[in-house]
Design a protein around this ligand. Structure first.
Ligand code: ADP
Ligand code: MG
Length: 462
């Protein structure tokens, strides 16, 4: 065994688990599990949340250990970690971590390790079979993004080019990108489609440079009909990769090939993205996905509930729809958790289960922080007047606390840079971005400032 996690080892462990527990249980508890690392004394797995972790440790530790022994020939310790589901790191080649957002109890070719999963022909990426247009619940927050995605899927290179989707994490960007892939693959099998995460693009590029294989790299990327890159904001700050991407973009664009990108913010707000790319990203259509409104959330819950085949009382659906508002992945997580509880407790779904599932989220989400509350807090702490913080005055004693406000507003609210600037005497987005970077860097050097900022965040959230 090496320290490098391999998919095959997990496949073997999973095969043993499948033999050892009923299918339903495997689907509920092990589908979202990943093998993180493997060493002679210690094997680490990860699962999407603590609820899963605890149940697995309580009920299946022995079985898991047996499977690991059988595969490894040794007797390593077993550790289960929690996936940082909302973050952008730890993503595999597809841009989505295997098992993330999966629905227990549903046949799922991706996770079975067999070969009926679909992937675009030009890509080594496996698509999530659930991320289709049919499974996407429309609403006022995503209608426009959905319509643009459908248009692009129906006439690639001829409707909007590029298509640039942006929005916070967990709002459906990857789902729409993969929806486009699914549709193109079924309707336009002639097309060469390349779908990958920005991280993969970067890794390929770096490897190509190191191995002197730039020609084949360029050939690969510049001879496709449709290029989709997920989470393009990770391109920021990597100069040569950005340069290379710029040329890839130009070549494809000039040949009327379709380019589709997703990001966590709009092009102008991606720090350090070169201006020439910012402007190109706006040539086609830029569409933002907002957090879903209540009715859409209820629609999404209903859809997931149907898939589980477990009945959720209306009261529970309403409660979940009211409790989780900013991240659809989280919403799916609580629905899965409630369905899992009902299976484990062998009782119909009730409000108690719903409250328990939502309670786990509270420490992370809690109170909605407003810019006004940030300004009040900072004004108290530094003994400066609120009106001064919101003025244009540039004296140092005011500029610093004002930058702290902007930093916190960027971190704790969902306002755009422009909106935040509006609270501080109508400053523009570059000022807010500058303030954010400055405070971030200052906190890296100054432990006391870092503590103060942490304390502010904690206080504001309660
Ligand atoms: P992002 O890439 O924006 O972080 P994802 O596309 O991974 O978000 O979506 C997170 C989860 O929410 C996925 O499981 C996805 O299927 C689901 N989801 C997002 N939007 C919708 C929607 N409108 N209808 C149904 N499911 C959705
Ligand atoms: Mg994504």
């Amino acid at each position: 065994m090496s320290g490098v996690p391999t998919r095959d080892v997990w496949d073997n462990i999973a095969a043993i688990l499948r033999r050892s527990v009923p299918r339903q249980q495997f689907d509920t508890w092990f589908r979202g599990m990943r093998l993180v690392s493997m060493e002679p004394e210690r094997v680490e797995f990860s699962v999407p949340n603590n609820f899963l972790r605890e149940w697995i440790l309580k009920k299946y530790r022995g079985i898991l250990r047996g499977a690991v022994r059988e595969v490894s020939g040794g007797d390593p310790e077993i550790e289960i970690l929690i996936d940082n589901v909302a973050g952008g790191s730890g993503v595999n080649a597809g841009g989505e971590r295997p098992g993330a957002g999966k629905i227990p109890g549903r046949a799922d070719p991706v996770a079975t390790g067999t070969h009926h999963a679909t992937h675009p022909p030009e890509s080594d990426v496996v698509l999530n079979p659930n991320y289709t247009f049919d499974n996407f619940v429309p609403g006022p927050s995503n209608n426009f993004a959905l319509a643009a995605s459908l248009a692009v899927a129906d006439s690639p290179g001829r409707s909007y080019n590029p298509l640039f989707l942006h929005g916070f994490v967990g709002l459906g960007k990857t789902h729409l990108l993969q929806g486009i892939c699914h549709r193109l693959m079924s309707r336009r099998p002639d097309m060469r489609i390349l779908y990958l995460s920005c991280e993969t693009f970067t890794n390929h590029f770096v490897a190509a440079v190191a191995n002197g294989e730039l020609d084949s790299f360029r050939y690969r990327y510049r001879h496709v009909d449709v290029l989709l890159i997920d989470d393009i904001h990770f391109l920021a700050n990597r100069d040569r990769t950005q340069e290379e991407f710029f040329h890839t973009f130009n070549t494809l664009y000039n040949a009327n090939k379709q380019i589709i990108l997703s990001s966590d913010s709009n092009p102008a707000e991606i720090p350090t993205l070169e201006e020439r790319l910012v402007s190109r990203f706006k040539w086609g259509i830029v569409s933002r996905i907002d957090p879903p409104v209540y009715e859409t959330r209820v629609g999404i819950i209903q859809r997931k509930v149907d898939v589980h085949g477990v009945h959720f009382p209306e009261e529970v659906v309403r409660f979940l729809g009211e409790s989780v508002s900013t991240n659809i992945r989280e919403l799916e997580g609580v629905v899965n958790k409630v369905a899992g509880m009902s299976q484990i407790y062998e009782r119909p779904v009730d409000m108690g289960m719903a409250r328990e599932a939502v309670r786990d989220l509270v420490p992370r989400r809690s109170v909605r922080v407003t810019v006004d509350s940030i300004i009040r807090h900072v004004s108290d702490h530094y003994g400066v007047r609120i009106s001064d913080l919101q003025s244009k005055r540039r004296t140092k004693s005011i500029a610093f606390p004002r930058q702290v406000c902007m930093f916190l507003a960027r971190r704790l609210t969902s306002h755009s840079l422009e909106e935040i600037g509006g609270y501080f005497g109508g400053r523009d987005h570059t000022t807010v971005m500058y303030a954010h970077d400055k405070i971030r860097r200052a906190a890296e050097e100054d432990g006391e400032l870092a503590n103060t900022l942490d304390r502010f965040s904690a206080e504001l959230k309660t």
